[in-house]
Design a protein around this ligand. Sequence first.
Ligand SMILES: *Cc1c(COP(=O)(O)O)cnc(C)c1O
Length: 406
Amino acid sequence: MSHTPRQPFLVFGAPMIGDEEIAEVLDCLSSGWLGSGPKVDRFEAAFAEYKQAPGAIAVNSCTAALHLSMLGAGLAPGDEVITTPLTFCATVNAIIHAGATPVLADVDPVTMNIDPGAVAAALTPRTRAVVPVHFAGRPCAMDAIMTLADEHDLRVIEDCAHAIETEHRGAKAGTIGDYGCFSFYVTKNVATGEGGMILARCTEAAARLRTLALHGLSRDAWTRYRDDGYKHYAAVEVGFKYNMMDLQAALGLHQLARVERNWQRRLEIWERYQDAFADLPLGRPAAFEPGSRHGLHLYTLLVDERVCVTSRDAFIDAMTRRGIGVGVHYLALPEHPVYRERFGWTPDRVPHAARIGRQTVSLPLSAALSDRDVDDVISAVRDVLDEAARARSSHAPHAPGARRAA
Ligand SMILES: *Cc1c(COP(=O)(O)O)cnc(C)c1O
């Protein structure tokens, strides 16, 4: 190969950590207060304000947020919950952990979000909830989903792991359904290492989830370690250990303060990619829906082997050899053996998600990328496709040249 790999390797989804985060973490360490405390309170208040929500509950992951929200939705064994096949395992695991049965509804091939028509077709008398995932940060068709939910008395739990900045027709993602669940995992738009947040429309439900997040202890238990002395605590539910630490909130506070600036930077990168790849035989993300806001969490291309000459997996290997880290979001859930065995799911039942899952590749989109990094990503993509086309024409001398099908 003639190309020299980029040095250093461009890590996919590298977080951007500023001096403010570092100082806040040091402050946390020197205060001796590492667990849930004043910084978590501040982070919850800041997040609620950002989302224009009455309150927010910080937890230690989006998976925990989803699990608690499923419990808040009052699911029982035998209940069915409809979700998208184009998501991370955590979405469906949370449904299963709550004792319910997940049911898949295929995505819209253009938006890659759960198709409300497919949700309607998947309804049964046992359906109790819908879990839309705002894939890549693009808002789901929440009007149609909420209409179905009203008609069929369903709870709606928004998986907002990609959707901190997302808005659907003026409404902020996570405030439209009954619950909104956010992730602050290292690769997400706000990163605390591990971390998550829940928005709940009903204040009583929110209070219950707060209790469940800390062993099922009554509200007072949250303050029992604070500076006003020892207090007895009472377990009122069989809860979980899902609380966020001040160490994590120390990162989140300053990540959140920069969230809009980072979004602007990702918009620049997004637009450069959209322009740079316009003449290539790759599938690019659909245009933004007017009046809504894309969270710009993932920039995903589709590599269709029939027109790109290279397969998606060969494309990934070639990018990696050039020093560019990429991701796959996601293989459709029925591709995973555990769900196939447990629920009998097959990829052909969700053909759009299955095709996307086999063709999709995510390029670096972190606000930490320099213009040079973006140039490197763009030239690597062009180079990989050129090389594939050249290899095809040299291996097939009778083929009509290295035709790059449009
Ligand atoms: C990252 C992610 C999750 C899980 O988030 P954690 O904070 O790692 O638990 C859930 N759903 C989707 C769509 C995700 O991308």
